[in-house]
Design a protein around this ligand. Structure first.
Ligand SMILES: NC(=O)c1ccc[n+]([C@@H]2O[C@H](COP(=O)([O-])OP(=O)(O)OC[C@H]3O[C@@H](n4cnc5c(N)ncnc54)[C@H](O)[C@@H]3O)[C@@H](O)[C@H]2O)c1
Length: 403
């Protein structure tokens, strides 16, 4: 499929790892259960897993993010794919169940629905699981909470928390692709708009800075004083959502939290305001509140629902309040998924080798993998960096050297 071929041409780090793994077959004979957005980049990861010797069963991790043509292409290649765009919640969990029916020995999750369902409904299968990986911030939060309560029964590598992942994918990937989703769903001019970003963590920071670059007047809403201060020092206006709701033209939530925008905010919004979310779950904007406040709803453009409120104001909700970058666009560009999925791939190989000796818990990606991926990425971008001389290296380790 040409789309996957295009992604492959933009993912040199993963492709190099895949070529190497096709010789050594480090995942030979293993069954891998994946629950992660079915996009062209994911297809490249699935092909790498297959070439490394494993068998994959796959479902999407969001009801609205599957690219049906990619799912069909993977199915044609013999991958067991249970995914289509526009799943209902029961269908979504049916797909998760099908992946679990394949009896995976390694799990690869994005949001922890696969791991959680496995623990809740398939306790008898857990002893066969060597380990798993987790792609996103919200998933890592859920897994840490499970581990703290003694509920997590196998080791999971927090791919999200690797710097080579979250400092790039969440920042530049979510930043660009969320704007892409907003533009595809609305085609509004960003320049001159009051653009409200809720959450100034990795994703929010990327989004705010890219929107600023497009000429928007960015306003940040935060609950964490440090990140709020970062936003202020980066030159953004900072205020509570209650205030921002009265002046915003476009609202994007990127918090991983629930009820960030609710009816009390919607009641203050301007006619024509656009609402969307780029956090993992569709709980950040209360769609229930919007439905309740509205007297009419129509799909005015693909992925753009117009809600007419009782007083005549119109609010526009993009991609049903689900991740706007995957629901209304194609997700992150391949170049940045190259690093995330190289981290996923190396973490799976690490677990295949070492997972049996690890206790249940949430683990960091080994540091040497991060450096290896960053170094290869720079090389593929045609960039060289300096190297410490032995004197410099010694100086940096020597506490006696002062004034
Ligand atoms: N759209 C995508 O493709 C994509 C990619 C990566 C991560 N994510 C998801 O995006 C969300 C954010 O991820 P992140 O890596 O930026 O997390 P993060 O922890 O780096 O940042 C989240 C920020 O939101 C703030 N916050 C929390 N609750 C808030 C509230 N009620 N109001 C205002 N601010 C609040 C926190 O203080 C923090 O600064 C997660 O759900 C994550 O899984 C989505």
């Amino acid at each position: 499929m040409l789309k996957i071929q295009w992604a492959e041409s933009r993912m040199p780090v993963l492709m190099a790892l895949r070529r190497r793994a096709s010789k050594g077959r480090p995942l030979k004979g293993l069954k891998i259960g994946g629950c992660l957005h079915v996009t062209k980049e994911t297809a490249v990861l699935v092909r790498a897993i297959r070439d490394a010797g494993a068998e994959a069963a796959w479902c999407g991790c969001n009801p609205l993010s599957t690219q049906d043509d990619v799912a069909a292409a993977l199915a044609k290649e013999g991958v067991s794919v249970y995914a289509w765009r526009g799943l209902s919640t029961p269908e979504y969990y049916w797909c998760v169940g099908q992946v679990l029916d394949s009896k995976p020995q390694l799990t690869l999750d994005d949001g922890a629905d696969l791991v959680f369902t496995l623990h809740k409904e398939r306790g008898d299968q857990i002893s066969a699981v060597i380990g798993g990986t987790e792609e996103t911030t919200t998933g890592v939060h859920r897994l840490r909470a499970m581990a703290e309560q003694g509920e997590l029964k196998y080791p999971i590598v927090a791919v999200n928390d690797a710097e080579v992942k979250s400092d790039f994918d969440n920042v530049y990937g979510t930043g660009q692709s969320s704007l892409d989703g907003i533009m595809r769903a609305t085609n509004v001019l960003l320049s001159g708009k009051n653009f409200v970003v809720a959450g100034y963590g990795h994703c929010g920071r990327g989004l705010a800075n890219r929107a600023k670059g497009m000429g928007a007047n960015v306003i940040v809403c935060e609950v964490d004083p440090l990140n709020a201060l970062r936003a202020a020092m980066d030159g953004f206006r900072v205020m509570p959502m209650n205030e921002a709701s009265a002046i915003g033209d476009i609202f994007v939530t990127a918090t991983g939290c629930k009820d960030v925008i609710t009816d009390k905010h919607m009641k203050r919004m301007k006619d024509g305001a656009i609402l969307c979310n780029t956090g993992h779950f569709n709980v950040e904007i209360s769609v229930k509140d919007l439905e309740r406040l509205a007297r009419k709803k129509q799909e005015i453009r693909p992925n753009n629902a117009e809600y007419t409120l009782r007083d005549g104001r119109r609010l526009y909700l993009l991609a049903e309040g689900r991740l706007v970058n995957l629901g209304a666009a194609e997700g992150h560009p391949s170049e940045v998924m190259d690093m995330s999925f190289a981290t996923q791939f190396l973490s799976l190989i690490y677990l295949a080798e070492k997972g049996r000796n690890l206790q249940p818990g949430v683990y960091k990606v080994p540091q040497e993998y991060e450096r290896q991926i960053a170094r290869t990425k720079l090389e593929t971008m045609g960039m060289k960096i300096d190297t410490l001389t032995s004197e410099q290296d010694g100086y940096l380790r020597d506490y006696r050297a002062g004034t």
